[in-house]
Design a protein around this ligand. Sequence first.
Ligand code: GLC
Length: 633
Amino acid sequence: MTSEKKDLPGWLIDSKLNTFSRKMGKKAVVYGLGETVRGINKRGWTYTSFCSDEPNHFEDKRSLYGAQNFFIIDDEDTVGYFWDTPESVEFDIGFSKIDEIIVRQTSPDVDIYVIEGKNKKEIVSEFRKLTGACYIPPKWAFGYGQSRWSYINEDEVREVVSKYEELGIPIDSVYLDIDYMERFKDFTINEEAFPDFAKFVKEMLDKGIHLVPIIDAGVKVEDGYSVYEEGVKNNYFCKKEDGTDLVAAVWPGKSHFPDFLNDEVRAWFGQKYKLLLDAGIDGFWNDMNEPAIFYTEDHLREVFDEIEEFKGKNLDIHSFFKFKEVVGDIDNNSEDFKRFYHNYDGVKIRHDKVHNLFGFNMTKAAGEAFEKISPDKRILMFSRASYIGMHRYGGVWTGDNKSWWSHLLLSIQQMPALNMCGFLYSGCDIGGFGADCTEDLLLRWLESGLFNPLYRNHAADYTRRQELYSFGETVDFKNIVGLRYALIPYIYSEFMKAALNNGMFYMPLAFEYKDERVNEIEDQLLVGESIMIAPIYKQNASGRYVYLPEDMKMVRFRSAFDYDEEVLQKGDHYVDVALNEVVIFIRPGHALPIAPVSKNVSDIDYSKIEWITYRCDASSYEMYNDDGYSRIN
Ligand code: GLC
């Protein structure tokens, strides 16, 4: 249901300042906003919805990569709101005033949707009906994925795969970061490093390994490079005010940005994925599509002029900080987003007015093309930038987190908010992308993310290696990843039910239980219909307090075939969880299927499933399964 801006029930409108505000009761909880910093309850901070290439996910950041303007206020009344605007919008949730939400719009041109329902779950489902069916990846994409920026040639990839084979650790995919390309040019292959790419893709597929290449938003400026030349010739790149193509530097150096908002450009760019699909590739990740800008040619020129003034001067404290600001503000400079334009149905629109739609439309370009190029087979796709509605074409990963315990907790808290917005196929870089990972952090992260649909270990170049064999002893890693595979029948079944019924896979406890305690629980989640998780996210912790909103059966796994069960009463419990253990809780009247550990997703033997049940038998669980690759929606 949409509401006229002049009358948004419960809100005060200041049309001069372009703000909407409403009071929040002391106990009100605000859920949603997708991928942001901070907790499940968004109260107490201000969030700017503006897709940002932000590698430092500090507590004081206001924007990350996504713009997902949907939230639910759970107060005396429970209502959902979707602020549909492609430009920046600020959600001040108890930041300026502790008991007020203030939404500050950049322009008045916004559609506000008021989503009603009898409870939070129903509001989410109404919202999802409005925004469309959720993207469904191939089933192999639920397996373990190994990534690192960067495996630079075939032999490095082979080495990774053979280590996993030798150790018997299940794996389904290896990711190719920017180095597989020829000098970071989209839709090219570095032929020295991968002399016969199609043959290599097949060699890997024969071992059950899917290679997943990255595609970046920026197209390298280089004569003779067909993507560049076609784009220039057909006016497919974003242009500056003077009609010339914007030059922005990203990984390939000077680059142009395809005008993804334009239908023809999307169709053209989307078809480019065919080159890799024809080589046997069946999955991609779209990156740098906020878009990330290291610098624009124009701004760099301005910076050089400006710093000229500082030369030879004795920099006092003020001028020193000014100098730092001029230099430090080069990348993703806000003025740069005002330097270029889109051609939307013949209308010229300045980029910052539609900024949040850029990454969405890059992923839409791929999704639309996949429907044509691969009408029968699902293709894996997830993106870094996103906007509401992109969930129809792909999932997301939460970008460049760090190997920090606080980011392990953040990754747990981001999942339900992403699910609310329809991004069910999502996950974080397990082990952390930036900074050095440790053995205990990686184990705890694999355990806490055990149910993440996207289960990928990814790390930045120059960081400590964090493949599962990098820390010496591998048995615990093998057991945990084995357990993941044993749980895939459940994960896939619950994921698919959520996807097909506009539901959530990960939910805050307060979406199911009514007692007030659950409103404050920030570190436990419901996963599908049967279980609750309460991960360990503190270093050196050998256990934690867990709140049970009802009696539950605790299952302590040391591996998929070594576990014990204990019924615990509703209430608070201190639960020991050793570094090599995963503890989960089964809800009454629910069952959990456990398959034998398999070497990859296609080998999972559904005929040998065992069940852990609590106050029911296995027949009470409705298992969803399918061939794992045919398109469904
Ligand atoms: C960006 C991505 C990261 C990738 C890197 C190099 O930082 O977020 O995942 O490894 O670029 O391509």
